[in-house]
Every structure is written in structure tokens, then in C-alpha cells.
Design a protein around this ligand. Structure first.
Ligand SMILES: [Zn+2]
Length: 254
């Protein structure tokens, strides 16, 4: 049998590999990840209607594109996973991404082109221990250790949340606490999951908010917010870059 090799590219991840445990290939190489260019195989994933219907098409695609030895896409931090998504689009179709945004003031739409190669990532990263964990003190005086969140863990939070919504009804969510449970390693030295869980439920809002803000330091990402003025009324529009299946497959006729 002939082994065809596929074209790959090395991308620099926003984490610089810092938040992975010691010995992890990305920690060792400073966060340089091998990804492959999209091929006919990825086009198959993109056209798979059942993947589109259950909303997993982008994750399936990313899994297929991360070909780095010893690295699974689901084990990437969510910030690094976003960077892979952006890089894959640039590799496949170039840096320009045309979008249409709707003004919140006059409801008119404005067309613009985003240069995906210019999205910024933080330069300075916090210091972490050998496990990639980050320790800090909250305004309420708690010593908290957090870890980054992987795409796999994020998917679990999303799934649990959907299950709760289905059971308790729309609008109800425990997303804040389930996210905190996924990122907090210890509070005041307590690592027992059950005890921690109780402590997390009882965090005062000021501390809970502070912990979530500090967490962003161990999950650096490409800045995916866009700001522009409405072409009709001049109102300032600010929001996230819209991303759908057509982000990775502009020719899709869905
Ligand atoms: Zn407007």
C-alpha cells in the first residue's frame, strides 16, 4: 500500500504551550502545533448532514485537522482550539473573511471584511506550576488554584447544561458553577471534589466573578471581537466574529 502524505503547517498557539502539564509535547515545544490542510476528507465531514444537524461538525473537523503526534484536539485549551479554527480558515481560503453584521440601533446590515491574520493574542502570560496550574488570591481572601479548560471539558459543560435545560426548562442554567467546577483545582488547599463543590456553590459573587476573570489568563485566545460603525446610522457595533459552517466551507449551499 502507498502512504500518501498530506500537506501540513505549523501554527503558533496563544497558550505558547504554557498551560499543559510538564512532559506534554506542546509544553516542550512552546505551543507549536502541526495541523493539516483541509482535503476531500474534510469536505466529507463538512457535507455530513447529521453532523451539521447535531452541531458537532466544527469539532469533528478540527479533530481531523489536528495531526500533531501525541496531541488530541479535545485536549487543547479552548483558546488554542479557537486559534486552530482561525488558522484552518486562513490556510484553506486566505486571510480575508467577509461578514455581514446587523446594527442593534437601526437594524440595517453592514458588510465588512475581517483580516483573520491580524487577530491579536496576549503577549504576556502568567507564571504557572509544573502542572500548568495558576494560583492567586481572591478579594474575599481565598487562595484559589485554577487550570485551563480543554475543548473536551468545555463540550462536557455544554452537554450537561443542555441536559439540565431539557429537564428543568429553558432559561435555567448552572453554567457558572459547572464551569467553575471544571477549572478550580483547589480552594484554600482543599482538593476533595465533593468538598470543593460545596465551596463553589457558596462562593460570593465578587469572588466567583474574580475567579472567572483570572481564569482567562490561563486560557489565552485569539481576540475574536469585532468593532465597526454601522454604514447606515453610524452606531458603534461590537460583537463576536460570526462563525458557522460556511466559515470553513464558504461554498456550502445549506
Ligand atoms: Zn445602524
Amino acid at each position: 500500500m502507498t502512504n500518501f502524505t498530506f500537506p501540513t503547517e505549523v501554527i503558533q498557539l496563544p497558550s505558547q504551550g504554557k498551560f499543559y502539564p510538564e512532559g506534554h509535547p506542546l509544553r516542550e515545544n512552546g505551543g507549536k502545533l502541526d495541523v493539516k490542510y483541509m482535503t476531500a476528507k474534510e469536505e466529507d465531514i463538512l457535507t455530513s448532514t447529521n453532523l451539521i444537524a447535531n452541531g458537532t461538525v466544527v469539532d469533528k473537523l478540527m479533530e481531523s485537522l489536528v495531526v500533531h503526534e501525541g496531541v488530541n484536539y479535545k485536549d487543547l485549551t479552548t483558546g488554542d482550539a479557537n486559534a486552530v479554527l482561525m488558522a484552518s480558515r486562513v490556510l484553506a481560503y486566505g486571510k480575508d473573511y467577509p461578514v455581514t453584521v446587523t446594527c442593534g440601533q437601526c437594524k440595517e446590515t453592514t458588510d465588512t471584511v475581517i483580516d483573520l491574520s491580524q487577530l491579536e493574542t496576549p503577549d504576556e502570560l502568567v507564571d504557572v506550576d509544573d502542572n500548568g496550574h495558576y494560583s492567586f488570591k481572591t478579594p474575599g481572601g481565598l487562595t484559589v488554584v485554577v487550570k485551563t479548560l480543554t475543548r473536551g471539558e468545555e463540550m462536557k459543560v455544554e452537554k450537561d447544561n443542555k441536559a439540565i435545560e431539557a429537564k428543568v426548562g429553558r432559561g435555567f442554567t448552572n453554567e457558572v458553577t459547572s464551569r467553575l467546577r471544571s477549572i478550580i483545582v483547589s480552594i484554600n488547599g482543599v482538593t476533595d471534589r465533593q468538598e470543593l463543590s460545596g465551596m463553589i456553590d457558596n462562593l460570593v459573587i465578587r469572588d466567583s466573578k474574580f475567579i472567572r476573570e483570572e481564569f482567562t489568563k490561563v486560557n489565552p485566545s485569539v481576540d475574536m471581537t469585532i468593532e465597526l460603525d454601522c454604514g447606515n446610522c453610524g452606531h458603534g457595533i461590537k460583537g463576536g466574529i460570526p462563525i458557522g459552517v460556511d466559515f470553513l466551507w464558504p461554498d456550502a449551499q445549506l
